[in-house]
Structures are given as structure tokens and as C-alpha cells.
Design a protein around this ligand. Structure first.
Ligand code: NAP
Length: 511
């Protein structure tokens, strides 16, 4: 058996713990177990599934300190940041436990028969949503807890009634393993089928590709690079039976800086955006990688204040040496372009640290060079300076699909530039007014997804309770005898959940 170890992100030293690499010849057994577990798990009552999710939370709370310490070592993220992520992860488990019990995501719709209808009788139709089957989840490097072993993808798949196989991200294997142990323990404590949650390690693309290609895998959740996400989408589509890959990939999260607001508060917005850009060394999929403003004195003041604020930021450790290398390479490529002015870059205290940067480009050059539209993962923002409102609109029109868009503008700005921000809305999954794109609420109204290439499917969210929809599909029962229907679809509403009956939402029985 082959093993590997975690690495201290700050020092590069190997950490304790040997993690066994899952070989390709183990996949049949792994997926077979996941399929068997799925068949039992999908029929388990909602209240028991909710108990399982709540028990995972209790188990995680018991190892909170050890978990935060390990995640800090493996990722270089600060302990307060990891604590926030820990709380998000445990609250997310409670949120999904409640969602499972409520059952509104089953979207039950019943249209009763009408035998008198002419010229043909109307059949009895009863629709609901069923889980897809075993789901493969790729842990995300930048969310060691909230998007890894029992992060948003895993918890929403389990809530939907799917079994889950997690491929740990190789940059935090110890964190992932600790969490996985707690999930498996919770499964045993609450009587869940063996194999409802499995966790494997691997380095290199072989294992991930094998998991996606395996015929028993029914869906995939992924957060990471555009190249990684697209490679998995291609593999999934090339299977004899294609499956959905819900990939959250890159986004530059454009921020429109409108003139009145900028004139009023250049320093406030510079400081606010620098905090958003540099949080967790810029390693958020929502960090403001592109800003768009109009050439003006106010914008010049904003740039000066932005540089001053960047200079005050402390150097940070990135998640892994390869992510740091990718960042430095991306910055270097940008700096070499004639049309780009890397106006500020903070030299870090060591080559293991990263300092934040600001680059400038004019609107026309930005539109012409597709390279400038790509995410550089880390603390750098590109300010696109436009000659006038018409050029600003052309810049917005040239943008690719994004997770978020932001507009900084007062009432006068929003009236004058309404076509601008409304055009930006057509490119994004979430539009923020006078705020920052980082900070994603985990609630029912969140949509963390956006048009391609920010995600592989803009209909679905990776954050919030609607994330469950990715792992479900609708099925309709036509003229099925009442006692053969699933309980939730039978005439008597014993589960007491909301159902749409002949167009009306109610908790009543079917007459
Ligand atoms: P990544 O390279 O996309 O890897 C994420 C996961 O997918 C890893 O488990 C990786 O496996 C697997 N994978 C990647 N390409 C694959 C392929 N072709 N076939 C099979 N499996 C594949 O992301 P990362 O390691 O987190 O960071 C690398 C870069 O991704 C960053 O520098 C950044 O540019 C970007 N990134 C973006 C976001 C975002 O939110 N926008 C988040 C994280 C990273 P192995 O590592 O085991 O090989």
C-alpha cells in the first residue's frame, strides 16, 4: 500500500500521519459499497437522516480544538478564520437536518384524476424528487472544513438521500481524515448503513478520474480550478452513461465603481475592498479580482488610498506551495504585458509568504486581451479604467459568466448607470449593492453559482439549502394505486408536509 503525508503550509515540513492512497483496483468495492448503502439509506425516514446529520455536528464539536489546530497547520489559514469556517460547517449540518425534516424540497405536486373530462379522461399524476445515487465529492483546497469532507457538497448530497464518497484534497489530508472519522462514527451511532459515507485519499489525477468514470457514480460535486473542473466535466460526458458534474470554478467577481459614490468616499471604498481582496490571502472564489471605474480625479484618489491600504496588510501564507507558485506565475504574466501597469506589489518577508497587488489597464486593452479576464487565485485585483460610460458598458459586455457582481453607487449613480449594472446582472449569479463579494450566507435565499465558466451549470447553487437540488431528479407516478405510492404521495398526508394539490399549496389530505 502507498501512503502520503500532510505538509505544514508555513514551513513545508511533513506533518504526522500517514494516509493510505486509494488505488484504482479498489474502486469497484468502494462504489459497490456506496451503491448498497444508497439503496438502504434512501428509504430511511427523514427524521433518522436528520439525526445522523445532527450527530455529525456533535462529534465535530468534540474535536473542535484538534481540528482547528490541524487545519491551521495544513492550510496556513489563521485559526480565527478556521473557527469561522468550523462554525459555518456545524451550522450547515443543523440547517440541512431541518431541511431534510421539512421536506419542501421534495416539491410534491399532485394533480388528481378527472374521469369526466372530454374528450379524454385526465390521469392522476403525482410528482416528487428522488435521490440520484452515489455522489463523488472533491474536497476544496480553500475550504478545508466548509467545502471538504462534510462541507456543502457532502451534506447536501446526504440530505438528498445519496451516499457519498469524498476524495480528500491532498493539501489537507489530516483535517479531512479527522472530519471523516467523525462522520463515519455518527453513521454508526445513528444506525446508518455501512458505506453511506466513505473517504479516500489520492495524489494525482488518476483516482479522481477513476471515481468520475466509474459506472456506479451518479453525480459529482467539485470546487477548484477551471482546468480541473472542465477535465472532470469532459470525463463525465464521455462516459457511456453521462452524469452531472456540479463544478464551481473560477470567477473574477467584477466590482463597478460608480463616480458619485467614489467621489464621496474614496478612502472608505478603498479600505473596504482591500479587506475583501486580502482576506485569507485572497483565496476565496468570490474575491474582487476585477474592478471597473471611470477615468477621473476621484478614481485617482481611490487608487492612492487602495495602495496605502495594501501596504498596511500583513504578509500571508497560501494554502500550498503550488497555489503560491500559480499565483506568482499569474502575477508575473500580467506584469509582463505591455498594456498592464502593476502599480503596486508588496514584497513579502519570505518566499513562503504572499503580498497583495494592484494592477491597472485601460478599457479598450482589457476588452482585447482574453488573458486579462481570467482569475488569478490570490490577493491581486485588476482595475479597468474606462474613458467614458460607453466604454464601461463595452467592458461589462466583454465579461464572462461570474459567481458575483458588485456595484458601488448612490441613487444618482444607479439611475445614470442603470443599464450598466443591469447588464452586469445578466452575467452573474449574485449581485451585491454597496458591499463586497466575499462573505457568502448559508441560507435558503443564497445562490452561489453563476453562468459558465464560473460554474458548469448556472441553474444550481453550491451554498445554501437549494444545494440539495443538485442531487435529486423528478419522477412522476401516473394512475398508481394509492397504497403502492410512496408515503409522501399518498392521499393521507401522514408526514404533514406541504404539497401542491391541483395547484394549491397545502398540508391537507387529497379528497
Ligand atoms: P484543482 O487543481 O482544481 O484540484 C482540485 C481537486 O480536483 C483535487 O483533488 C485534484 O486532484 C482534482 N483534479 C484537478 N484536476 C483534475 C483532473 N484533470 N483529473 C482528475 N482530478 C483532478 O484545485 P486546487 O488544488 O484547489 O488549486 C489549484 C488552482 O485552482 C489554484 O491555484 C486556483 O487557481 C484554483 N482554485 C480556484 C478556486 C475557486 O474557488 N475559484 C478554489 C480553489 C482553487 P489532485 O490534487 O489529487 O491531483
Amino acid at each position: 500500500m502507498r501512503f502520503y503525508q500532510g505538509v505544514n503550509a508555513a514551513t513545508g515540513e511533513l506533518l504526522t500521519g500517514n494516509f493510505p492512497i486509494c488505488e484504482l483496483d479498489a474502486l469497484d468495492e468502494l462504489l459497490g459499497r456506496a451503491k448498497g448503502a444508497f439503496e438502504d439509506y434512501q428509504t430511511i425516514e427523514s427524521s433518522k437522516k436528520a439525526l445522523f446529520l445532527r450527530q455529525i455536528r456533535i462529534n465535530l464539536l468534540e474535536i473542535e480544538t484538534d481540528l482547528i489546530d490541524r487545519a491551521h497547520l495544513e492550510t496556513g489559514l489563521s485559526k480565527p478564520r478556521i473557527k469561522t469556517e468550523f462554525d459555518r460547517t456545524t451550522n450547515q449540518l443543523l440547517l440541512f437536518a431541518g431541511t431534510v425534516e421539512r421536506g419542501d424540497w421534495l416539491e410534491i405536486s399532485i394533480d388528481t384524476e378527472d374521469n369526466e373530462r372530454l374528450p379524454t379522461p385526465k390521469p392522476d399524476l403525482r410528482k416528487w424528487y428522488i435521490p440520484l445515487g452515489p455522489v463523488v465529492v472533491f474536497g476544496a483546497s480553500n475550504f478545508p472544513l466548509a467545502y471538504s469532507a462534510i462541507g456543502g457538497d457532502s451534506v447536501s448530497a446526504l440530505a438528498a438521500g445519496c451516499s457519498v464518497i469524498v476524495k480528500a484534497h491532498p493539501s489537507h489530508p489530516g483535517t479531512s481524515e479527522l472530519v471523516a472519522e467523525m462522520v463515519i462514527k455518527a453513521g454508526k451511532m445513528t444506525g446508518m448503513p455501512d458505506g453511506v459515507f466513505q473517504h479516500v485519499h489520492g495524489q494525482g489525477f488518476e483516482l479522481g478520474a477513476g471515481l468520475v468514470e466509474h459506472p456506479l457514480t451518479k453525480a459529482v460535486g467539485f470546487t477548484g480550478s477551471y482546468s480541473g473542473g472542465m477535465a472532470l466535466v469532459k470525463l463525465a460526458n464521455a462516459r457511456p452513461v453521462p452524469i452531472p458534474v456540479f463544478a464551481e470554478m473560477g470567477s473574477t467577481n467584477p466590482v463597478l465603481l460608480l463616480p458619485n459614490s467614489l467621489q464621496d468616499q474614496p478612502e472608505f471604498w478603498a479600505n473596504t475592498l482591500v479587506k475583501s481582496l486580502t482576506a485569507s490571502a485572497g483565496q476565496f472564489c468570490t474575491n474582487p479580482g476585477i474592478m471597473i471605474g471611470l477615468k477621473s480625479d476621484a478614481l485617482d484618489v481611490f487608487v492612492e488610498k487602495f495602495k496605502e491600504a495594501l501596504a498596511l496588510e500583513l504578509d500571508q501564507i497560501m494554502l500550498s506551495s503550488s497555489i503560491l507558485q500559480n499565483f506568482e506565475a499569474g502575477k508575473e504574466t500580467l506584469a509582463k504585458l505591455e498594456e498592464v501597469d502593476l502599480i503596486y506589489t508588496k514584497t513579502p518577508e519570505s518566499n513562503r509568504h504572499v503580498g497583495p497587488s494592484l494592477a491597472l489597464v485601460n478599457g479598450l486593452d482589457f476588452i482585447k486581451n482574453p488573458l486579462l479576464h481570467h482569475e488569478i487565485f490570490g490577493p491581486i485585483s485588476l482595475l479597468v479604467i474606462c474613458d467614458d460610460a460607453a466604454e464601461m458598458l463595452n467592458v461589462i459586455n466583454s465579461l464572462e459568466g461570474q459567481l458575483t457582481g458588485t456595484v458601488i453607487g448612490d441613487a444618482i449613480d444607479l439611475e445614470r448607470f442603470d443599464v450598466h449594472y443591469k447588464t452586469l446582472i445578466t452575467k452573474v449569479g449574485r449581485m451585491i449593492f454597496n458591499g463586497v463579494p466575499t462573505g457568502v450566507e448559508v441560507v435558503g435565499s443564497m445562490h452561489h453559482g453563476g453562468p459558465f465558466p464560473s460554474t458548469s451549470n448556472s441553474y444550481f447553487t453550491a451554498v445554501g439549502t437549494d444545494a440539495i437540488r443538485r442531487f435529486l431528479r423528478p419522477v412522476v407516478y401516473q394512475n398508481c394505486p394509492n397504497d403502492l405510492l410512496p408515503l409522501a404521495l399518498q392521499n393521507k398526508n401522514v408526514l404533514g408536509i406541504y404539497r401542491r394539490i391541483n395547484g394549491e399549496l397545502s398540508k391537507s389530505d387529497v379528497d
